[in-house]
Every structure is written in structure tokens, then in C-alpha cells.
Design a protein around this ligand. Sequence first.
Ligand code: NAP
Length: 259
Amino acid sequence: MTILPSMKHTSPVALVTGANKGIGQEIARVLATRGFTVLVGARNLARGEAAARDMPGDARALQLDVTQADSIASAAARVRDELGRLDVLVNNAGIARASNDGTPSTIDDIQRESAPSRAPLSLVRAVFETNVFGVIAVTQAMLPLLREAPAARIVNVSSGLGSLTRISAPEFAHRRVGGVTYAPSKTALNAVTVAFAQELEGTRIKVNAVCPGYTATDLNNHSGTRSVAEAARRPVELALLGPDGPTGSLSNDEGPVPW
Ligand code: NAP
């Protein structure tokens, strides 16, 4: 069914990728409390449905594997056909290891596997496929809908490990964790953020990257020191930015983060 302009969904719509758990789930939950119809992106639909069921307001699971072109195309078609609008895209899905089986990772595992001298190229490619190419592909697919929104916001969930300034500082304890896989994927994501922001200058769309901080999730076997509630705070602020807010920026909840 093609939606006519008058049939567009009346509430603003937000899509959060990788929202079935961790930081993405919390970002989706908070946006649902702020009046958004939230699309809980999940590569495994059953996990997305379980997460959406626990959310307040209007939260709907959306099958979306950010590494699969057909999944991305189907998701974009479903958003257009079912809702006819998209106001916020949070590119949150991310991996630090190649495992797809839900096995928790410690940061020691990540550091060992991403060692510059030994990391298999297959792992480097897999991490970039999700954390960088997935973001480009999902953003491209959703842009036509975002361009139609009155004030669309794109939020890319990056990491302090993507900041070259941070990881080249000897006093930063975790500077070696991301090696040649996770860390450079987030540095590339920062560059991708700036590139989209520049192309979209003069439009109603703002594009920003955010560091959620070291957060207790499966990504690090819950060794992170921040809660998902703390981690979601700045991503939500960027999703709700007013017209005077920045574009092409990198920040955390304390302020700007150096590139
Ligand atoms: P998490 O608990 O492991 O959640 C990651 C989410 O991404 C899961 O929903 C996962 O789905 C999803 N995902 C992975 N590959 C995907 C794919 N190909 N398509 C769609 N979804 C996919 O990790 P998290 O800590 O919440 O991480 C969320 C974001 O924050 C990531 O971008 C991460 O790099 C970033 N970050 C985290 C920390 C931290 O300390 N935790 C710090 C800085 C930045 P499955 O359940 O199917 O695996």
C-alpha cells in the first residue's frame, strides 16, 4: 500500500538500529516515553519483538540487519508503507568482535583479537561491515524519508576509542583496546558523520556522532562503569536537538569530544 501524504503517521517516528538490547534498547525506550513511535531495529526479529513488548508507548520491532542489503531495503519499504515518515535515525548497532552468537566479550578479548600485528583481515572487515558500511547503507536507504521530515536528526553512536586525540594520549588507560578493528571503525564512523553533515548542510537534517562512554553491556561483558541510562542520555539529546543545535559534531554528556 502506498501512503498518501494525508495518511502519514501523526506522531514523530524514530528508528534505532540494534535496539533489542544494551544502549540501543535504552535509547529506544526513552524515545518511546517522549512521544515517538519507535521502531526497534533488530537483526533477529524475535529479539526485537521481545524488547519492543517491554517498552512504553508505541514501540514496534523492525527486522533490520545493517549488513544485509535486502534487509535494509525491506525495512525502508516497511517504514514508508506503514508509517510514511521518519524523523530520527539512531545508528546504534555495533560490534567489537565477529561473533554473532551473543557470547559476551571482555575488553581483554577485544584487545587481543584486534592487535595490529595479528588481527585477521576477516575480523577487520566484519567490524567495518557493521560499524561503518552498515551505517552508510542504512542512512542512504532512510534518507528519502528523513528529507521529507520537518526536522530530521541522525545520531551515530561512536566511541571514545574512535577519537584519535584520546587514543594517542598515554594517560588514556583503554587506548589500545580497539587495535586495528573497533577503534579505526569508529574513527571512520566519525568521518562518515562529518561527510553526511556536510552534504546535508542547508537541509533540515542534522547529523551528529556521540560517545556513550564505557557502559555495562554485553559488548564488554558488563565491565563498563556506566549504566545504559547514563549512556543513552546524550544520544537522546541529539535525537531531540532543536534548530540551533550542532551538526557534524562529536560529543558526550559532558560536552564536545576531540576528533
Ligand atoms: P550490545 O549490548 O552488544 O548491543 C549491540 C546491538 O547491536 C545488539 O542489539 C546487536 O544485535 C546489534 N547488532 C550487531 N550487529 C548487528 C547487525 N549486523 N545488524 C543489526 N544489529 C546488529 O552493545 P552496546 O554496548 O549496547 O553497543 C551499542 C553501541 O554503542 C555500539 O555501536 C557500540 O560500539 C557503542 N559503544 C558502546 C560502548 C560500551 O562501553 N558498551 C562504548 C562506546 C560505544 P544482536 O543482539 O542480534 O547481537
